[in-house]
Design a protein around this ligand. Structure first.
Ligand SMILES: *Cc1c(COP(=O)(O)O)cnc(C)c1O
Length: 443
C-alpha cells in the first residue's frame, strides 16, 4: 500500500466531510489528502513513512494520544465480554459504571445520563428534553431557544437551529427553525480600556434584556462554556456563565452547557463550567469522553428534569433513541479514559503542560501579523492579519510540510494537542507553526 494508491481510491469512493471535493482534485494548487497508516502518541504516520504531529487532536477528540495501551487493553477485554446490546429494556456494566462516575463528577447535581453516538445528537436531545420537560410541566409556550452569536452546536437540521456559522447554515436556511441569537462575550470585542470581565458583563446585560422581554417563550439558553471553538476559538471570561446562570434562574429558562469540545479537561478543569462555580441544567459531552476512540455522546440532566417525564403515561416519557445508544465498547473506552484522569491526575499534570505550550508560543505575540494570542488550558489560538482568502489552506499545507497537523479556521490558527505531548514536541509544534505562518503569508 502506498500513499498515492490509497489517495486515488479514496477520492474515487469516499465523500469526505467538511470538504469541497474539487479542491482535492484540481491540479497544481490541489489540497493534499493524507492517507494515514497508523498512529502512536501525538504522531500520525502515512504509508510513505512521513509523520505528522497531531496538533488538533484529530478534530478535538483525542486526549491521550493515538493507540494508547491502557485504552487498547480495556477495549480488548470488553470485546471478549460484550460488544453491544440495545439499551431499551436492557442494561450492562460499562453504561452503569460510566453513568455513576459522570454523575459523581458533577457532585450528583446532574443525576441522570442519556446516551447517543455523536455531538449533534446530544444537542438535539438537550433541546428536545428541555422543550418536553416544560411541556410536561404545563409550560406550553416555552418553544424557543436562545444561543450566542458565533455559536456551534452541530450540523444536523435541529442542531443548526442553534448554530451561528453562516458557512454551515446558510445553504439550509429554508429547512431550519432558527433560534434567537444574543451577543457573544468574546473577549476580543473589548473596546479601549475594557477588560474581559467588562465584555462578559456587557453581553450578560444584552441577555438580560432579551430574557426580560421573551422569557415566557424561551425553553433554554445553550452555550459553549469559556471557548466557542468552531467559530474560531473565541474565549471569554467565566463571569458570563455566572451571570447567565443567575438570569436563567430568575427567568425560568434552562441552561444547556455544550461541553462537547471544552469538557474532559480541555480548559483546565474537568468541566469548563466549574470555573464559573455553576452547574447547568443540561450538560452535553462527546468528542474526548471516549479518548478519541469511538463515537459516544451523553446528556446529563437534573433530577428535576427527569421527574418531569416520570409518569404512568408513555407519551410523557422521553421516547428518543439511537441504535447505538450506550454502546458497550464506547462506554468502556470512556471508563478507561476516566481511569487515566484519576490515576495520572491529569488535570493537575496539564497545568505545567499548558504553561509550556504558552512559553513555546510566546514569541508569536511579537509577530507583526499576529493578533489576540490567547489560551485557556490546553487550547491556544491567534488571529492572523492577512487578506488572502486562501490563507488557511496555504498555512495547512505549509504545516504539513513541517510535519505538523494544524487546520486554521479562517484566519485563526489554533492548537489543541493531546495531553501526552512532551516538552520537545511542544517546541517542535510551535517552531513548525511559526515557520508555516511566515511561509503562508504573501511576500
Ligand atoms: C463538535 C461539536 C459538536 C458536534 O459534535 P459532532 O460529533 O461533530 O456531531 C457540537 N458542539 C460543539 C461545541 C462541538 O465542538
Amino acid at each position: 500500500m502506498s500513499n498515492s494508491d490509497l489517495l486515488q481510491r479514496s477520492l474515487a469512493a469516499v465523500w469526505h466531510p467538511c470538504t469541497q471535493m474539487k479542491q482535492h482534485a484540481t491540479a497544481g494548487e490541489a489540497l493534499p489528502l493524507v492517507p494515514i497508516a497508523r498512529g502512536q502518541g501525538v504522531w500520525l504516520f502515512d504509508f510513505d513513512g512521513r509523520r505528522y504531529l497531531d496538533g488538533i487532536s484529530s478534530w478535538w477528540v483525542n486526549l491521550f494520544g493515538h493507540c494508547h495501551p491502557q485504552i487498547n487493553a480495556a477495549l480488548r477485554a470488553q470485546l471478549d465480554e460484550l460488544e453491544h446490546v440495545l439499551l431499551a429494556g436492557f442494561t450492562h456494566r460499562p453504561v452503569v459504571e460510566l453513568s455513576e462516575r459522570l454523575i459523581g463528577l458533577t457532585d450528583g447535581s446532574l443525576g441522570h445520563c442519556f446516551y447517543a453516538s455523536d455531538g449533534a445528537s446530544a444537542t438535539e436531545i438537550a433541546l428536545k428534553m428541555s422543550f418536553h420537560a416544560w411541556h410536561n410541566r404545563g409550560r406550553r409556550d416555552k418553544q424557543e431557544f436562545l444561543c450566542l452569536s458565533g455559536s456551534y452546536h452541530g450540523e444536523t437540521v435541529g442542531a443548526l437551529a442553534v448554530t451561528d456559522v453562516p458557512l454551515f447554515k446558510d445553504a439550509y436556511a429554508p429547512l431550519i427553525r432558527p433560534a434567537s441569537t444574543v451577543a457573544t462575550p468574546d473577549a476580543r470585542l473589548a473596546s479601549d480600556g475594557e477588560t474581559p470581565v467588562d465584555v462578559a458583563r456587557r453581553a450578560a446585560a444584552a441577555l438580560a434584556t432579551h430574557l426580560e422581554r421573551h422569557h415566557e417563550e424561551i425553553a433554554a439558553l445553550i452555550v459553549e462554556p469559556l471557548v466557542q471553538c468552531a467559530s474560531g476559538m473565541a474565549m471569554y471570561d467565566p463571569e458570563y456563565l455566572r451571570l447567565a446562570r443567575e438570569l436563567c434562574d430568575r427567568y425560568e429558562v434552562h441552561l444547556i452547557c455544550d461541553e462537547i469540545a471544552v469538557g474532559c479537561g480541555r480548559t483546565g478543569t474537568f468541566f469548563a463550567h466549574e470555573q464559573a462555580g455553576i452547574r447547568p441544567d443540561f450538560l452535553c459531552l462527546s468528542k474526548g469522553i471516549s479518548g478519541g476512540y469511538l463515537p459516544l455522546s451523553i446528556v446529563l440532566t437534573t433530577d428535576g428534569v427527569y421527574d418531569a417525564f416520570y409518569d404512568d403515561r408513555t407519551s410523557r416519557g422521553f421516547l428518543h433513541s439511537h441504535s447505538y445508544t450506550g454502546n458497550a465498547l464506547a462506554c468502556r473506552a470512556a471508563l478507561a479514559t476516566l481511569d487515566i484522569f484519576a490515576e495520572q491526575q491529569v488535570i493537575a499534570a496539564n497545568l505545567p503542560l499548558a504553561e509550556r505550550l504558552a512559553t513555546c508560543l510566546g514569541p508569536l505575540a511579537a509577530h507583526p501579523n499576529v493578533r489576540h494570542l490567547r489560551q485557556r488550558g490546553m487550547i491556544a489560538a491567534f488571529d492572523v492579519l492577512c487578506d488572502d482568502p486562501r490563507f488557511a489552506q496555504r498555512f495547512y499545507r505549509q504545516a504539513l510540510a513541517n510535519e505538523i497537523l494544524l487546520r486554521p479556521i479562517g484566519n485563526t490558527v489554533y492548537f489543541m494537542p493531546p495531553y501526552v505531548i512532551s516538552a520537545e514536541e511542544c517546541e517542535f509544534l510551535a517552531a513548525g507553526a511559526i515557520a508555516a505562518l511566515d511561509a503562508a503569508l504573501p511576500t
